[in-house]
Design a protein around this ligand. Structure first.
Ligand SMILES: Nc1nc2c(c(=O)[nH]1)N(C=O)[C@@H](CNc1ccc(C(=O)N[C@@H](CCC(=O)O)C(=O)O)cc1)CN2
Ligand SMILES: Nc1ncnc2c1ncn2[C@@H]1O[C@H](COP(=O)(O)OP(=O)(O)OP(=O)(O)O)[C@@H](O)[C@H]1O
Length: 213
C-alpha cells in the first residue's frame, strides 16, 4: 500500500468519488451487488450467530445494489433492520423482510421501509452493520454522503457498548490508501470493507488490526 498519499480536503474528494460513480456503466450497480452478496453470505455464518440481527440499507442510484444481499440475509435466517432518516440527521430502524412496503424518505431518491420505527434503544442488539459509503481508506475512515447520519449512529451505538462489526460496501476502486482525504475527529472508523472482490478487515496495518485478515 502506498503510504505517501497527500490528503485532499473531504468535500472535493467527495465530489470526485460521486463523479466517478456517475461514470460507471449502467450494469455496474447490479453486478457489484451480486458479487457483494455472494461474499457476504459465504462469510456471515462465521461472523454472526444464527438468528442474529444485521443492520443494512436499501441502495439507491449508482450505489452497489443491496437487494440480493438483503434477500439472502433473510433467507439465511437473520433479522434485518433498515434505516429511516429522521429530522436532526438521526436514523431510526424498521424490521424488513422481502414483503415490507417501501416509500421515499427525506431524501426522495432513497427508499425507506414502512413500519414501526425503532430507536437505537428499542432495537435488538446488533451483530453487524452494513453501511453505505462513497469510499473507505485502509485505516477504516469512511467517506459518506455528507449528512453525518452514520457517524452519529455509530458513535451512539458504540457509546451504548454495542460492538457490532461495521462493514462498508463500496466498489473496488473506492477502497483507497489511508489518508487519501483529510479525516475529521467525528469520523467513526469502520471495522471492515466489502467490495465485489471480497472482505478486508481494517485497519490494514496488522499491528492495529482487531481481526485476523
Ligand atoms: N442507500 C443509502 N441509504 C442511506 C444513506 C446512504 O448513503 N445510502 N445515508 C447515509 O448517510 C442516509 C441518507 N443520506 C443520503 C444523503 C444524500 C444522498 C444522495 O445525495 N444521493 C444521490 C445519489 C448518490 C449516488 O447515486 O451514488 C442522489 O440522491 O442523487 C443519499 C443518501 C441514510 N440512508
Ligand atoms: N457524533 C456526531 N454528533 C453530532 N454531529 C456529528 C457527529 N458526527 C458527525 N457530525 C456532523 O455531521 C456532519 C457531516 O459529517 P460527514 O461529512 O463525516 O458525513 P458522512 O459520514 O459523509 O455522512 P453520512 O453518514 O450521512 O453518509 C458534520 O458537519 C459533522 O459535524
Amino acid at each position: 500500500m502506498d503510504d505517501s498519499v497527500t490528503p485532499v480536503p473531504k468535500i472535493p474528494a467527495r465530489t470526485e468519488f460521486r463523479r466517478l460513480r456517475r461514470l460507471l456503466p449502467g450494469t455496474a450497480a447490479q453486478e457489484a451487488g451480486l458479487a457483494l452478496a455472494d461474499h457476504a453470505l459465504a462469510e456471515l455464518p462465521e461472523l454472526v450467530p444464527a438468528g442474529g440481527t444485521v443492520a443494512a440499507y436499501l441502495s439507491a442510484g449508482s450505489e452497489p445494489a443491496t437487494a440480493s444481499l438483503l434477500e439472502g440475509l433473510v433467507e439465511a435466517g437473520y433479522d434485518v433492520v433498515l434505516p429511516v432518516c429522521e429530522p436532526g440527521r438521526r436514523l431510526s430502524w424498521c424490521h424488513w423482510t422481502p414483503g415490507t412496503a417501501l416509500q421515499p424518505g427525506l431524501f426522495p431518491s432513497v427508499p425507506e421501509p414502512v413500519g414501526k420505527r425503532l430507536s437505537l434503544q428499542e432495537l435488538p442488539a446488533l451483530d453487524l452493520v452494513f453501511l453505505p459509503a462513497l469510499a473507505i481508506d485502509s485505516a477504516g475512515v469512511r467517506m459518506g454522503q455528507g449528512g453525518g447520519y452514520y457517524d452519529r449512529f455509530l458513535a451512539e451505538l458504540r457509546a451504548a457498548g454495542n460492538n457490532a462489526l461495521a462493514v462498508a460496501l463500496v466498489y473496488d476502486h473506492e477502497f483507497v490508501p489511508a489518508g487519501s482525504w483529510a479525516s475529521d475527529a467525528f469520523d467513526q472508523p469502520v471495522d471492515g470493507v466489502l467490495t465485489p472482490s471480497g472482505w478486508t478487515w481494517l485497519p490494514l496495518d496488522p499491528a492495529g488490526s482487531r481481526h485476523a485478515v
